[in-house]
Design a protein around this ligand. Structure first.
Ligand SMILES: Cc1cc2nc3c(=O)[nH]c(=O)nc-3n(C[C@H](O)[C@H](O)[C@H](O)COP(=O)(O)O)c2cc1C
Length: 280
């Protein structure tokens, strides 16, 4: 099978049947189309200069107004890594897999440098509002995504870790994050010891709009997606059965509703405000 056919097959598998054929000029890297997170790694470490090179690749991603409001912290110190792993693998939302990830990076939003330039140049910072936080968070997300794609291309496996924000204050102290610098997500990195599965995505009819936002057919499309997932990638466990009961027709949308039917990181806004951000 050539690369075009491989990419089309992976896109079909991920997005389901579509009425519009995929472009056939090989624009999609088949490995990207079939990518997935990896949570099982070989024990070998990832060479520091490879991680550093991938950081450079990730930081080639676009940056809003060229402000470059994002940083990557590569956690090399094994004692420090162990402390962060201890946080991630404890408690009700424990990420057991994180215990064995060989490398850990933390992607941060950084609005501190911007504020320093105002001090250095004697120009008041006239944008102390939500945008300062939002831009830095978005930029960190863009670089996280670029790192994932670059790392997968190098044959590495990765899994982002928003669970790092369940411990924002502790992580911030461990990593020495100053005011206006905040963690967005961690990233476990290593040589894969499993082949990632192609996790289904919502059909493009739901997530790609032409000219105007549309919810035409939304419920039917979500129901079809729920059914497609349950048929091929059923959830092994139902969330919060003690609160919401055991469902005979458990589905992806129900799983997401259950997840956000319980408070999660409700203190994150307070943490961000303590970091000096005005969220108005
Ligand atoms: C910002 C972000 C945070 C994530 N946080 C976690 C996490 O804390 N723990 C985890 O196991 N997976 C985490 N993931 C991985 C997602 O669960 C995964 O990407 C999603 O299920 C889709 O699977 P795929 O990437 O293999 O297609 C995160 C992904 C992203 C993009």
């Amino acid at each position: 099978m050539d690369d075009r056919a491989k990419a089309a097959k992976a896109l079909d598998a991920r997005f389901g049947p579509t009425t519009v054929p995929w472009a056939d000029h090989g624009v999609v890297d088949p490995a990207l189309a079939a990518r997935g997170v990896v949570r099982k790694f070989k024990p070998e470490p990832v060479a520091p200069n490879l991680l550093r090179t991938l950081c450079a690749a990730a930081l080639c991603a676009p940056s809003k107004s060229d402000v470059q409001a994002r940083d990557i912290i590569v956690v090399e110190d094994q004692a420090l890594q162990a402390k962060i792993k201890a946080l991630l693998t404890a408690g009700p939302l424990a990420q057991a897999w994180a215990a064995d990830m060989p490398s850990l990076l933390v992607f941060c939003g950084n609005n501190r440098r911007q504020r320093l330039w105002h001090e250095w140049h004697g120009i008041p910072f006239a944008n102390d509002h939500l945008d300062a936080f939002f831009n830095a968070a978005v930029e960190a997300g863009i670089v996280l995504s670029a790192f994932v794609i670059a790392a997968e291309r190098a044959g590495l496996g990765t899994c982002p870790i928003s669970a790092i924000r369940n411990h924002s204050t502790a992580i911030s102290e461990l990593l020495g994050l100053p005011q206006h610098v905040f963690p967005v997500a961690g990233l476990g990195v290593g040589w894969p010891a499993e082949t990632p599965r192609v996790s289904f995505r919502l059909p493009l009819e739901v997530t790609v709009h032409t000219d105007r936002y549309s919810e035409v057919g939304l419920r039917e499309n979500i129901a079809a997606y729920d059914a497609r997932r349950q048929a091929s990638q059923p959830f092994r466990n139902q969330k919060y059965v003690e609160d919401f009961g055991a469902s005979p027709a458990y589905s992806w949308s129900q799983d997401k509703a259950r997840q956000y039917g319980k408070p999660e990181r409700a203190n994150f806004g307070a943490f961000i405000r303590r970091k000096g951000f005005n969220l108005e």
